[in-house]
Design a protein around this ligand. Structure first.
Ligand SMILES: [Zn+2]
Length: 293
């Protein structure tokens, strides 16, 4: 017997990055049929903000978010900050994201970054001091415009905590997307207003550290995400496959969110229906209501 369809909300994905473009509508339709009620679609640079905006205009379950991802900072135009403010003004319910800091990328050889470029141009790592400056400016925009912020962090969790403690934070809170920090840091981030996003990566048994952290997150701060087309599930768990992208990259389908939600509920020992309701309430508290909910 197949599992019942329960509502789910995707706190973080990049629908605009699914290739080819023609399959995105189908992805949305499939996700909707499987209970996905809302998805926060994150832009990463000026190059993909128009696609995020177009998806949000067309589909009510898309909650747009605009920001400069730490991997894309070398692509900023001189007027990037004004352009970002403009997008946020155009979409009064939009969040700020994906923003953040990333120490991992600094050591990656250019050749290995090529598979991530996603047709948006070459990824050129930006020094940490500049990453921090740009991150703080965008966070400030979230504060002054009263928006949520969606934060990316890899191998810089201690530094992120310092930065968040040193500045004003969005009143409605912020998402630590694909939380990869330690269990010990969870209460410290939570005190600052953090929500913690977990993706299908949890389904990999090797992710014990992440599972430990997941278990320690306060129930009212827990969110689920696909990060689609990134972070494919382990092959045995994939219910909604997608073909490889043109450059041969595996792609995650946003319709795999119910799989993540079922796994998460069982892992935590929660009854699936009440868990679904809890995550939905958390999602709405941080990102607001999707227009059709
Ligand atoms: Zn992302």
């Amino acid at each position: 017997m197949s599992a019942p369809v329960l509502p789910s909300c995707d706190a973080h994905n990049h629908l605009q990055a699914i290739r080819p473009e023609g399959v995105r509508e189908e992805c949305l339709e499939t996700a909707r049929r499987l209970g996905v009620e809302a998805m926060v679609v994150n832009g990463t640079c000026e190059g993909d903000w128009p696609e995020v905006a177009a998806l949000a205009q067309k589909h009510r379950l898309v909650q747009p978010s605009f920001g400069y991802h730490p991997w894309r900072l070398s692509q900023r135009s001189p007027g990037w900050l004004e352009a970002l403010r403009g997008r946020l003004t155009e979409f009064p319910a939009a969040g700020v994201g994906e923003i953040g800091i990333d120490a991992w990328i600094l050591d990656q050889p250019a050749a290995s970054l090529r598979r991530w470029d996603g047709g948006l141009g070459e990824i050129v790592p930006t020094p940490m001091t500049e990453q921090e400056q740009v991150f703080l400016r965008q966070l400030e925009l979230a504060v002054t415009m009263d928006r949520s912020a969606s934060i990316h962090c890899i191998q810089a969790w201690g530094r992120l905590l310092e930065l968040l403690r040193s500045t004003r934070l969005p009143a409605r809170g912020f998402l630590l997307h694909s939380y990869g920090g330690s269990r010990e840091l969870v209460p410290q981030f939570a005190e600052l207003g953090a929500y913690f996003g977990f993706s299908g990566a949890l389904l990999h048994e090797r992710k014990q550290r992440q599972r430990d952290a997941f278990r320690s997150v306060p129930p009212d701060r827990l969110l689920l995400e696909t990060d689609a087309p990134d972070q494919p599930l382990p092959p045995a768990w994939i219910e909604q496959p997608l073909p490889l992208s043109a450059i041969g990259r595996e792609q995650n389908h946003p319709g795999n969110l119910p799989v993540v939600q079922r796994f998460a509920a069982e892992f935590l020992g929660h009854e699936p229906r009440s868990f679904s309701a809890q995550v939905r309430t958390n999602h709405q508290r941080l990102f607001g209501h999707c227009t059709h909910i």
